[in-house]
Design a protein around this ligand. Sequence first.
Ligand code: ZN
Length: 121
Amino acid sequence: MFSAKKKGRKNPGKFSETLQQRFEGKFRVTPGCWPWTGSKTLKGYGQLRWKYNSLVASRVSYELYVGPIPEGLMVRHRCDNPSCVNPDHLELGTAADNSADMVQRGRHNNGSLAIQRGLSK
Ligand SMILES: [Zn+2]
């Protein structure tokens, strides 16, 4: 069947898939967001099973392409797409940042803090 004349690639003794290899088969690269095509959490975040753990895809992406995530910080999406794993769309933040964002975006708008938006156009 296959002639193995070329020996350019040497296989390491044991096959071991790296986290990166596993990760990279599970999203689509587009000019905008990189939508996760693997399994997702109920909230729509990408999920990756790895060594009996369940990892959050956006965190894996950040660690692979940007750098380690300091303890206590979370990876937030600059785009509003929880399943996106484009490192350009990810940034570090605290949980407090995240809820401040939600207030700004009006998701927690209960009326009591309604700010009059300038109508001076
Ligand atoms: Zn995105």
